[in-house]
Write a protein that binds this ligand. Structure first.
Ligand code: ZN
Length: 273
């Protein structure tokens, strides 16, 4: 957590729920934890950002990408790239809101607002880059927007266990442990199945399941697992439900380990062939 749908929810909140972030200028930068800044010295990060304006927001996989421009300097710009990792939260607050114990970065904006990055576990990172590819070059296509043709051609070239493959961000960007389990349940594919053994029909079902599960989760503002993401309304079918009944067939959902990750599976709906 958070995975692609939760990051998309953060994007939509910052972009669509007033007061919105695009159009706001950064007046000053407060870095409370140096380790959160990646790729450049903190002084360069703060010096470059001050006076810049948030132009637009995009997402690739689990990364948020803010296009920054400096008013009056033609098309010159930079990209502020965030990865929230396990516990990062990025949100707008009135600027007088007090800094909390887990606050790592505060961008003081015009209009009496501040963009705050809180992260109890301190794994989240932010980069200021001339080109987003400087940060994102190792990622595969975005899992929500990958086309069936590209998905087919990428998976056909590989021989990997399917769950670790779905988690591999260089294969597809955005899927984590929760949605990998949900996608494989929806597709009726056992997590230990080798990609080499998938039929063209399996691959089509898997591709549809990726699109459908991620789209449903985006529309539900993500999933609220263990109270981490309070806005999320996505209802899981297998993740975290070991010992409970499968909603489809009634048999008991089990938890196994696949590539060091806890993995939830219905052995009837997802037979290991
Ligand atoms: Zn079942």
């Amino acid at each position: 957590m958070p995975e692609l749908p939760e990051v998309e929810s953060v994007l939509r909140t910052l972009q669509e729920c007033p007061p919105v972030l695009p159009g706001r200028m950064i007046n000053s930068v407060i870095v409370l934890s140096d380790t959160v800044i990646s790729g450049c010295p903190v002084a360069n990060f703060t010096g470059e950002l001050e006076g810049m304006l948030f132009s637009s927001i995009a997402r690739h996989g689990k990364y948020l990408i803010f296009r920054m421009i400096r008013p009056g300097v033609g098309c010159s710009g930079s990209f502020l790239v965030f990865h929230l990792r396990m516990t990062g939260r990025l949100f707008l607050v009135p600027r007088e809101h007090s800094i909390e114990r887990h606050t790592r970065l505060v961008l003081i904006l015009d209009n009496d607002l501040a963009l705050r990055f809180d992260d109890p576990r301190k794994f989240g990172r932010v980069w200021l880059a001339a080109n987003p590819a400087d940060v994102l070059s190792k990622l595969g296509p975005d899992a929500l927007t990958v086309t069936p043709e590209i998905f087919r051609s990428r998976i056909s070239a590989l021989q990997r266990k399917i769950k670790p493959l779905l988690l591999d961000q260089s294969f597809l960007a955005g899927i984590g442990n929760i949605y990998a389990d949900e996608i494989l349940f929806r597709a009726g594919i056992h997590p230990l199945t080798s990609s080499r053994d998938l039929t063209p029909f399996d691959i089509e079902r898997l591709c549809n399941a990726i699109r459908d599960i991620l789209s449903d989760a985006v529309e539900s503002n993500g999933a609220n697992i263990d109270g981490v993401f309070g806005k999320g309304r996505f209802v899981v079918s297998v993740y975290g439900r070991e010992g409970l009944s499968c909603s489809r067939c009634g048999s008991t959902i089990i938890k196994i380990r696949v590539g060091q990750r806890g993995t939830h599976v219905c052995q009837v709906c997802q037979p290991f062939l």
